[in-house]
Design a protein around this ligand. Structure first.
Ligand SMILES: [Zn+2]
Length: 151
């Protein structure tokens, strides 16, 4: 079990962000796989963070989210990435691959939508628009009325 697998995806992502914007300002190795130091938080006082990579659940941080709980927060993750820059590099690569994949998927979808719309006739398009106006959010309806109708 590693710190990475104990943390939520959100904590890992935000932790990486904290690490790459240099919010880990003190780090000291205090034992085998143990590090302690300070990570900047939102307030003026930095948080006191301790991580134990061999026993992730022994890690702690005094931020409101993790204090007194066995939660691996973003500050602990930031310190983990600072202690293991190779892991940070690996995570960054994974993120970029994921974004590339998502971008590609989005492009494929847009292409399919455009192909589909070109095949529709006028009354099919009208049906689709009516359905979207009634099932969609209020702002969409309001915007349609504002932009296309002279009321
Ligand atoms: Zn924390």
């Amino acid at each position: 079990m590693s710190l990475l697998t104990c943390a939520s995806g959100k904590s890992v992502y935000r932790g990486y962000d904290y690490y790459s914007s240099n919010k880990v300002n003190v780090i000291e190795k205090v034992g085998d796989g143990q590090y302690k130091g300070f990570v900047d938080g939102r307030g003026n006082e930095p948080y006191e963070v301790f991580i134990d990579v061999n026993h992730p659940r022994k890690s702690h941080c005094n931020c409101p989210h993790a204090n007194g709980k066995r939660i691996v927060c973003k500050h602990q993750m930031a310190m983990f990435f600072k202690a293991f820059p190779d892991e940070a590099k690996r995570y960054k690569t994974e993120l970029e691959e994921y974004w590339d994949y998502e971008e590609k998927r989005h492009e494929d979808e847009e292409y399919a939508i455009s192909e589909f719309l070109e095949k529709c006739d006028k009354s099919e398009l009208a049906d689709i628009i009516w359905q979207m106006l009634f099932d969609g959010p209020e702002w969409q309806y309001e915007r349609f009325v504002r932009e296309y109708l002279d009321l």
